[in-house]
Design a protein around this ligand. Structure first.
Ligand code: AHR
Ligand code: AHR
Length: 493
């Protein structure tokens, strides 16, 4: 049995909805033939696929990052505005494609408005210039009668878009990045950019380009840029055919958050900063099967358990993780995949959906006491060099909890990683009692595949019901390999 003590009075952080963020890149069929498909009977007059839009809207993304990823380091945004037929096609260097530029800034910002999601634009620090970046900010946000703001109005948008989030380059440390820099070069360049962008738009929320959280790159970048930026970005991908490696590797994000936080706290103290950056996990996912220019990964249920665990980790650490962007959203390593005739969901869609639906304003303290797992060394069979053995033992059940500000509602998210055994979970509320039945949603692997809309895309099984608590205690049976979400009202004892 696993006992999960939830203390709604002990807030561990306010949850920023940006933790349920997404990322779409000009990569393979993510944009073209994915969310944007001109001429498709499934698309609206703007070319937005209605079926994709419907599935993404359900995920209630707080923020959506664009246009890359590696793509951005050779992207010149001004190619992607104005009449579509006059836009130039360009060689795309990151993934070896041709960029038509038919989906550009105005299309992306219209798409975000359609989703009710805040845009987050990553700037080109590879082949791009500071002048070009400033012009992009002016085009989006300029309220005065300046040249780029006028171009925006000519293109049909009178009001400034008020784009708040701007990323200072993508993975600038890597040799796969066009125009990669050393950490010192990056700090020098990004310092110039940050100062100038804040002069143009003091409301800009700037994100420095971090690495994994524990690398020297992060140390140098945090030391140099902490006084100037609002968020420091991290990326993480995990995954393996080995079940335990796959479901436990996301705990590497906990190491990354701790390391990045320590680096930030150190510089904040030493430099006496009044404000210091928080963390944006602006790319994260399971990804290990594909390595071509399309990344059309097919996901199974163990990947869904890993994704559920990542979100538990971001919720538990939300005082520091203020944004997290699932990479990516459509076709490329994505929860939603398309053919010309349909858009369907992969198993990783569902933990995101259930988490985003259930999450309340504050993350609250949760203590898990039960069986543990201690892999000898996780990571041997992985494409990624994440060794998490030293972080264990891990609870067989991983849990996170949120509560409404008035503590009248609680939500608990539970991952049972046991491959073959159900686990009894006893959720105990501290100083409160459950008020009425709890809504319980349990996600397990698909039982009866039936006819599939897309042959190799797996489904899931979702059981929805209500369970009766006993005062402060709710006892549940968690199926083997399952993700369970409990939503309930609470009252004073
Ligand atoms: O999401 C796929 C790629 O992974 C992104 O383009 C890049 O930033 C990362 O390496
Ligand atoms: O074989 C281990 C895991 O069990 C697989 O990754 C998953 O598909 C199954 O549920």
């Amino acid at each position: 049995m696993t006992r999960i003590a939830v203390d709604p009075a002990r807030c561990v952080g306010t949850l920023d909805r940006n933790v349920f963020g997404g990322f779409v890149e000009h990569l393979g069929r993510c944009i073209y033939g994915g969310l944007y498909d001109e001429g498709s009977p499934l698309a609206d007059e703007r070319g937005f696929r209605r079926d994709v839009l419907g599935l993404l809207r359900e995920l209630r993304m707080g923020v959506l990052r664009w246009p890359g990823g590696n793509f951005v380091s050779n992207y010149h945004w001004a190619d992607g505005i104005g009449p579509k037929d006059a836009r130039p096609a360009r060689p795309e260097l990151a993934w070896g494609a041709v960029e038509s530029n038919r989906f550009g800034t105005d299309e992306f910002l219209a798409y975000c408005a359609e989703l009710g999601t805040d845009p987050y634009i990553c700037l080109n620090m590879g082949t791009g210039t500071l002048e070009e970046a400033l012009a992009w900010v002016e085009y989006c946000n300029g309220a005065a009668a300046t040249a780029w703001a006028r171009r925006r109005r000519e293109n049909g948008r009178e009001e400034p878009y008020r784009v708040r989030y701007w990323g200072l380059g993508n993975e600038m440390y890597g040799d796969w990045q066009v125009g990669a820099l050393s950490a010192e070069e990056y700090v020098r360049e990004a310092t110039r950019w940050a100062r100038a962008i804040k002069m143009l738009d003091p409301d800009a929320v700037l994100v420095s380009c971090g690495m994994n959280g524990w690398n020297d790159w992060d140390r140098v970048v945090i030391d140099g840029l902490a006084p100037l930026v609002d968020l420091h970005s991290l990326h993480i991908y995990t995954g393996s055919d080995d079940y335990w490696t796959n479901v436990l590797q996301p705990h590497q994000a906990e190491r990354a958050i701790r390391c990045a936080r320590a680096l930030i706290e150190r510089v904040a103290y030493v430099k006496r900063l009044a404000r210091s950056p928080r963390i944006a996990y602006d790319e994260w996912n399971v990804w290990f099967r594909t390595d071509d220019g399309k990344l059309e990964e097919r996901y199974n249920f163990s990947d869904a358990l890993a994704v559920a665990t990542y979100l538990n980790i971001f919720v538990r650490n939300c005082a520091w993780v203020r944004m997290a962007n699932l990479a990516q959203m459509v076709n490329a390593i994505a929860p939603v995949v398309t053919t010309s005739a349909a858009a369907v969901t992969q198993p990783i869609y569902y933990p995101v959906l259930l988490h985003a639906r259930a999450a309340l304003e504050n993350a609250v303290d949760v203590h898990v006491d039960g069986p543990t797992v201690s892999p000898l060394e996780s990571g041997h069979h992985s494409r990624w060099p994440h060794r998490v053995g030293d972080l264990g033992p891990f609870g067989l059940v991983d849990a996170a909890a949120t509560a409404s500000a008035d503590r009248r509602r609680v939500a608990v998210t539970l991952v049972n990683r046991s491959p073959d055994h159900p686990e009894t979970a006893e959720i105990v509320l501290r100083d409160l009692a459950f008020d009425g039945a709890a809504e319980v949603r349990g996600l397990t692997a698909e039982r009866d595949p039936g006819a599939r809309e897309i042959a190799d895309v797996q489904g899931v099984h979702l059981a929805e019901g209500a369970e009766k608590p006993n005062g402060p205690v709710l006892t549940l049976t968690l199926p083997p390999q399952s993700f369970t979400v409990v939503e309930a009202a609470a009252t004073g004892l």
